[in-house]
Design a protein around this ligand. Structure first.
Ligand code: 5AD
Ligand code: SF4
Length: 488
């Protein structure tokens, strides 16, 4: 219950979509804390609800409409409640959303996060505003540091944005419309932010960007300013990997065409760089890749995988795949199955094509019927499930290092975390006091399940969790992997 003295307005941010949106929600929450708001416990005590939206497929967009519908009642329950919509649907629809939903107070686009506090204040005065101006300026990255009241959602782990936007315009994808043109942050800012996070106890940083390895690309289309203050992506990884105390570095999502030799070699040279790459392939058919405007062939993708595996044989690869995009024949789909099988992805996200407004593919009349698309999705998912389980079974008996995240869904003393390969590992915590979220822990993998691995803490090490002792254990894990990895 809120006391009468407590005047700070309370916010709730609900997020759909990708890691970029999850991170944007963290930025929104931090901005609101700096603006004098505090986090609500739940909808009952919230004064402001923000929906941070995704429009990558129509399902995600429809989720916004049903959530907004449900919020009508929430708003009516107390005078002064405010609703804001941000993210990709906000960017795409702007004030059309305000016209369509008369109980919606404000809309802010993906380049306009920093206005959220002022827009919420204005809404409190009865002003309904949509702010969705696109910009290529770096101002949008100029955000305040972490507010002391902001709760760390994932202790020990953090996202750092290195670039935003996409200039590639794949035929099926709405992202270039919702996130605008590519903009890279200055390297010094990225390094400073990462250093500050590590000083606060962060052990794993995931670099974010729509095409993250296009960071700082010098292809003649960039402004002079960007060229001077950014460096190639692999050089950025090297700078960050040098930060003392940073145990793990990840990045998502890279595009195959920007995966250069320097990035491959970084996977050989940088112990902090995790042996996992999420590398979206979308299709295994050259005809489809051309139609999708992906700018590589299935052969080029396979060769990239080979070169990566040559330097880092144990690397775990995951991917994104689309079935049923316009023009996809059964033979095209079979080529996708072949590629998935040949590469041996450890996991993959597979989607049924969803036509998006304003994209080239949405105008393509050569559509695939819903039943065929559904059947393909099921066949692909069954193949992926088999690959995941086989990969998990192969790992049983190995020792891995897990960054703990807290209680697992199974409750009790069951904890969960991720290993360097980004696999979920569950384990029983028998330590007293319990192991804190954000700790690094060596586990022996004892069982494989379809979605995760089960680990057991190594004997005589259950109580060792942090500081210098941890470093010793980390290096033992590295040694284990050097010995256990298949040869090139
Ligand atoms: N339909 C289905 N899936 C899509 N994706 C992007 N656009 C669409 C679409 N129109 C998928 C791609 C991308 C992932 C984030 O979402 O696989 O990599
Ligand atoms: Fe979308 Fe293609 Fe850009 Fe990825 S590279 S965000 S799929 S347009």
């Amino acid at each position: 219950m809120r006391s009468g003295l407590d005047e700070a307005k309370r916010f709730l941010v609900r997020t759909s979509g990708c890691q970029m949106n999850v991170h944007d929600s963290q930025k929104i929450e931090n901005l609101l804390c700096h603006h004098g708001y505090t986090a609500a416990e739940g909808p009952e005590d919230a004064d402001l609800t923000i929906l941070n939206t995704c429009s990558i497929r129509d399902k995600a967009e429809h989720r916004l409409y049903s959530e907004l519908g449900a919020l009508r009642e929430w708003k009516a329950e107390r005078v002064g409640r405010v609703i804001g919509v941000g993210g990709c649907v906000a960017q795409q629809q702007g004030d059309a959303l305000l016209r369509r939903f008369d109980h919606l107070d404000f809309v802010f686009g993906t380049h306009n996060l920093r206005w959220v506090g002022l827009l919420a204040d204005a809404a409190g005065r009865g002003e309904r505003t949509a702010r969705t101006q696109e910009s290529r300026s770096l101002e949008r990255f100029d955000l305040p540091g972490p507010h002391p009241d902001q709760r760390a959602s994932t202790p020990g782990r953090a996202y750092v944005t290195v670039m935003e936007g996409c200039d590639l315009f794949c035929s099926f994808c709405i992202v270039p419309q919702t996130r605008g043109r590519e903009v890279s942050r200055p390297v010094d800012e990225i390094v400073r932010e990462s250093q500050a996070l590590v000083a606060q106890g962060v052990r794993e940083i995931t670099l974010l960007g729509q095409t993250v390895n296009a960071y700082g690309r010098h292809d003649g289309r960039r402004g002079a300013l960007d060229r001077a203050d950014s460096i190639p992506f692999a050089a950025l990884l090297r700078r960050l990997a040098e930060i003392p105390g940073l145990s793990r570095l990840r990045y998502t999502s890279p595009h195959p065409i920007f995966f250069d030799d320097a990035l491959i070699v970084a996977h050989r040279d940088l112990p902090a760089l995790c042996p996992h790459v999420h590398l979206p392939v979308q299709s295994g058919s050259d005809a489809m890749l051309r139609r999708m405007r992906r700018r590589y062939t299935a052969g080029a993708y396979r060769s990239l995988v080979q070169r990566l595996r040559r330097v880092r044989p144990d690397i775990a690869l995951t991917t994104d795949l689309i079935v049923g995009a316009p023009g996809e024949s059964d033979a095209d789909f079979r080529a996708t199955l072949d590629l998935v099988r040949d590469v041996g992805f450890v996991d993959g996200f597979s989607f049924k094509y969803s036509p998006r407004p304003g994209t080239a593919a949405a105008l393509d009349p050569d559509t695939v019927g819903p039943d065929a698309a559904q059947a393909r999705l099921e066949e692909l998912q069954s193949l992926l499930r088999g690959l995941t389980l086989a990969a998990h079974r192969d790992r049983v008996g190995q020792v891995t290092e897990v960054l703990t995240e807290g209680e697992s869904r199974r409750g009790g003393n069951q904890r969960t975390g991720r290993d360097p390969y980004h696999r979920v590992v569950n384990f029983a915590d028998t330590a007293d006091p319990p192991i804190a979220a954000g700790s690094l822990l060596l586990l022996e993998l004892v069982e494989a399940t379809p979605h995760s691995l089960i680990g057991e803490a190594l004997e005589a090490q259950t109580s060792v969790r942090a500081g210098s002792a941890l470093k010793r254990r980390t290096s033992r894990a590295d040694e284990h992997w050097r010995n256990a990895g298949p040869s090139a």
